[in-house]
Design a protein around this ligand. Structure first.
Ligand code: SF4
Length: 669
């Protein structure tokens, strides 16, 4: 990567691409018939909320080399059933600047979206605002970000100081931008060419996240941090999966040669979990060869580095990375980074965990440290106890509607504390941390209590519990929460869903579309899916079973025309299900029980819809349009998913509900 010059100018002969709401204007620019200037348009004319899935749909990410990914840049931008950007369109357009409206890069955290632009020749992205993770990925890749006024000035021939492109970033990120991206920055640090700024924050009360970051700063402590401080911190561990590892391997080879090394291989791991069922999704079959290449490259990376190996055995995954990581790898007080947005789930173990792009991950496994701007926090004080029939998933759907929708959780760490925490099992707490990413939060963390240590000791026989206790963090009494402190009385919650929106009325499908089930009317379903990192834990399987058992005892089977799929989150979960007779009940009811793995939210796993008319009720985490097939996806709790599978329409579970149904309906066994 090249260091950007001190004065940024447009390159003579290179072009600027405006992503306009009018697709015809984009077509004409791509065909080379039109060159626009900023004064020809208003910001309102530009596309808002460009989703990373539109920039690089999952199938594009089956290529691991950025130069191949770039060939299908914006392949997910479909107008009237056709790609707006044909293959190679962005590369052949000779563009160096790309311009859009508000919130560029929303959706998933996939870094390939930035790679697709960069390897097509883009060096400056202009937008009214950028989604936080997408902005970070631009920065890692050395793509400069600016606003529409800066573009106006550039198009008049003005040179803009690089310092203006650094404004608003913390001091370390500014250094990364000045060096042209993360790899050149890290090399400069390793060569002693960069003096890193050290925050001089003095003693202050801290949140849980702040305490963990402060502890991970090098040198003798105690250290103190506050939001906005730029710090270099050691990373305790991390993991990647077969959808992402190949890029990590590729980048490390490119940057450090084929003999590259990673710092602490025994602290890092690879998982074969996300594409394990991709071959069974009809739309993904065309990519079988590429997927196999990804698997092989992951094995090659594992052999080369010696990181812990969670490969599939005889075609069966040991489990979803986030589930296995909390079961086996993540200790209280850890700082963990992994290449997936649901890495936040590990916060259930009182750790600080969040997802990063392949570049950041490659950089940190090589260096053993990373750069962080200390995030702000928001706190949820849980009180009371959930009513029967209400679960942690309903709580998260409530938080998504009331706290994430108004953006109070945006890029903040969500801390869960209060007496209500003790009423939730560790599996239920993991649902809370898992869905922090749907809240667009940086991550989530749960306070540790006796149940935390009981659970860890149960899952890790022989573990030194006293050592774990010493690593725990709790918020100081006067810790500051920029996002506020909210008390939620669990006993007031009712079963909720997130609805799939209504594209005809401009309402996008979004996890924040919360609604009480008793207010949504009659919604017949085709698919009920219980699984994923959010809902494939032992307690989730117990929830499904609770409903299925009642239904079976009442003589019911899964409703006609409905497919009910349940997928275990790990081998340990599946063993529990089979050893304790849950699997037998599922079989009697007509439920399809699936080995561990996922892919549900990237359209690569069981439970995805195949046509736009299908309606799914799912216990997964996100319902962004198209991520789990073309149908309509309602998010719900495991209890709701299971109850709906028997009634054939979205239905909240109430204990004993099938006894009443059985009295009215003929026995179907
Ligand atoms: S839902 Fe499945 S595919 Fe999506 S992040 Fe979780 S484990 Fe991965």
């Amino acid at each position: 990567m090249m260091r950007p010059p001190e004065i940024i100018r447009l390159t003579p002969g290179k072009r600027v691409l405006f992503l306009t709401k009018d697709p015809e204007l984009i077509r004409r620019q791509l065909r080379g018939e039109l060159d626009l200037r900023m004064e020809d348009l208003t910001i309102d004319d530009l596309l808002d909320d460009i989703n990373t899935d539109a920039m690089t749909p999952a199938w594009v990410c089956f290529s691991h080399r950025p130069e191949d990914i770039a060939r299908d840049a914006y392949a997910g931008l479909i107008v009237d059933g056709k790609r707006l950007f044909e293959r190679d369109a962005l590369i052949h357009g000779n563009f160096e600047v790309i311009v859009s409206g508000l919130r560029k890069g929303v959706g998933s955290s996939r870094e390939t979206a930035v790679q697709a632009e960069k390897w097509s020749g883009i060096r400056i992205a202009i937008a009214a605002s950028f989604a936080p993770i997408h902005a970070r990925n631009n920065m890692s890749q050395g793509v400069l970000m600016g606003d529409h006024d800066m573009l106006r000035r550039l198009q008049t021939g003005e040179g803009i100081p690089l310092a203006e492109f650094c404004e608003g970033w913390d001091p370390i990120t500014q250094l990364v931008i000045r060096h042209g991206g993360l790899f050149p920055f890290s090399k400069a640090v390793a060569a002693g060419e960069v003096e890193l700024p050290k925050p001089d924050t003095g003693p202050r009360p801290m949140t849980m996240a702040e305490k963990i970051l402060a502890r991970h700063m090098p040198g003798d402590g105690p250290h103190y941090v506050q939001p906005g401080d730029a710090v270099v911190v050691q990373v305790d561990g991390g993991y990647s999966h077969e959808f992402t590892t190949a890029q990590v391997h590729y980048f490390l080879e490119q940057e450090y040669g084929p003999g590259y090394q990673v710092r602490n291989p025994d602290k890092f791991a690879v998982f074969e979990d996300h594409l394990i069922y991709a071959d069974e999704v009809p739309k993904m079959r065309a990519f079988s060869d590429k997927i196999e290449t990804l698997r092989q490259l992951q094995r090659e990376f594992q052999r080369h580095t010696g990181v812990r190996d969670f490969s599939a055995q005889d075609g069966i995954s040991p489990g979803i990375c986030h589930e296995v990581a909390r079961e086996q790898l993540i200790d209280p007080g850890d700082f963990i980074q992994a290449t997936d947005s649901h890495t936040c789930m590990g916060g259930v173990n009182n750790a600080l965990t969040w997802g990063v792009g392949a570049t950041e991950y490659a950089d940190l496994v090589h260096a053993g440290f990373t750069q962080v701007e200390v995030p702000e926090s928001i706190r949820f004080e849980l009180a009371g106890k959930l009513q029967p029939g209400v679960t942690a998933k309903d709580l998260m759907l409530y938080i998504l509607l009331h706290h994430a929708r108004p953006q109070w959780t945006l890029n903040r760490v969500m801390e869960f504390t209060g007496p209500g925490v003790a009423t939730l099992s560790m599996d239920e707490r993991a649902t809370l941390t898992n869905m922090a990413t749907e809240c667009s939060a940086r991550t989530a963390i749960v306070v540790a209590d006796a149940e935390t240590f009981r659970w860890l000791a149960e899952w890790r026989p022989g573990v030194d519990v006293e050592r774990l206790r010493r690593r725990v963090v709790a918020p100081d009494p006067d810790a500051e929460y920029a996002g506020g402190i909210y008390t939620i009385d669990l006993s007031t919650l009712r079963p909720m869903v997130a609805h799939p929106g209504n594209p005809d009325e401009g309402i996008p499908s979004d996890p924040t579309n919360g609604a009480w089930i008793d207010e949504i009317g009659d919604v017949p379903i085709d698919i009920a899916y219980g699984g994923s990192c959010t809902a494939g834990k032992i307690d989730d399987l117990i929830f499904y079973h609770q409903v299925v058992k009642e239904a079976v005892d009442a003589g019911l089977k899964v409703a006609d025309g409905v497919r009910f799929l349940i997928q275990c989150g790990s081998v340990a979960v599946e063993n529990f299900v089979r050893r304790n007779g849950l699997a037998d009940t599922f079989e009697r009811a007509g439920v399809t029980l699936i080995h561990p793995g996922c892919g549900a939210c990237i359209g690569c796993g069981p439970g995805v819809s195949e046509d736009p008319d299908q309606v799914t009720v799912s216990a997964i985490n996100r319902n962004y349009k198209g991520r789990s097939g073309p149908g309509k996806l309602w998010l719900a709790s495991p209890l709701t998913v299971a109850a709906s599978a028997f009634t054939g329409r979205i239905t909240a579970y109430t204990p004993g509900m099938f006894r009443k149904v059985a009295a009215r309906r003929p026995v179907l066994v």
